[in-house]
Design a protein around this ligand. Structure first.
Ligand code: SAM
Length: 244
């Protein structure tokens, strides 16, 4: 089971979306075609917002759990080890398809990461052995997995041999449908699935420790964030912890 080329190409979209906040993003973007640029522009606000939230949540977690490994699944062209001080972590492990990681290596080889860094070609649907304690990061990944694949990932992460925190962005079913339409219009057909509840995580033993809504595309008048116990899904970033 391969990670489709069209899905791998979304690594460029995410990098383009945060170019104004990520000095490394521009290094990756010459390879993008015009339709991808248009698609990236349409999602820019959301990507920037989620990246900023995840930056803050990751650094906060590393302050209280120094020595953890940071495991970035579907890392794409994320340059966090270069643009943030992650020296409090034991190491950062980045997992993605081999071509994505090879391209990233070729661009970033002259730059110094703030922590030990390993890139492992792999698939979120069959993770390699991972260390714990760990802070797992999935940014822009879950929307490309089916409900069953997310459930399997949640179970696999819950089985790591030690404390695990999981930071992830969450996309609602409505937003996933809208993204799918935009992608089709940009000749980049993608299968995207959103979430209509957090039970897929809770069923594997995770509890929602924090849930922050993205400050974009929110219908006026709706309260946010949704709260830890809520099953109402808005686009946002969650911090999951194991409840056992
Ligand atoms: C939208 S990009 C996000 C990349 C990065 N996390 C970021 O925010 O810049 C999605 C990434 O997930 C990767 N991906 C998709 N499905 C995957 C899977 N099953 N296993 C590992 N990586 C996957 C893609 O190759 C791509 O790099």
């Amino acid at each position: 089971m391969d990670i489709l080329d069209a899905v791998q190409a979304t690594a460029y979209l995410a990098a383009a979306g945060r170019a104004e906040a990520d000095p490394f993003a521009g290094l990756f973007l010459e390879a993008m075609d015009d339709s991808s640029r248009a698609l990236a522009a349409s999602g820019r606000g959301e990507v920037l917002a989620r990246t900023r939230l995840l930056d803050v949540m990751l650094l906060d977690l590393l302050r209280v759990a120094p020595g953890s490994a940071v495991v970035n699944v579907g890392a794409g062209l994320c340059a966090r080890p270069y643009r943030l001080d992650l020296s409090a972590c034991r190491e950062t492990i980045e997992i993605d398809a081999l071509p994505v990681l090879q391209f990233k290596d070729s661009i970033l080889s002259g730059y110094q990461a703030s922590c030990p860094l390993r890139r492992i070609p792999g698939d979120a649907r069959s993770l390699p052995p991972l260390p714990a304690p760990a802070i797992v990061l999935t940014e822009g990944l879950l929307v490309y997995l089916t409900h069953d694949e997310i459930a399997a990932l949640a179970t696999a992460l819950a089985a790591l041999p030690g404390p695990v925190d999981w930071l992830a962005d969450i996309v609602s079913t409505d937003s996933a449908a809208a993204m799918k339409t935009l992608a089709a219009q940009a000749n980049s057909p993608l299968t995207l699935s959103g979430l209509d509840s957090l039970r897929v995580f809770e069923g594997a033993g995770w509890t929602v420790h924090d849930y922050r809504a993205l400050p974009v595309n929110r219908p006026p008048g709706r309260p946010s964030p949704p709260g830890k116990a809520s099953h109402r899904i808005v686009d946002g970033v969650i911090h999951l912890r194991l409840s056992h």
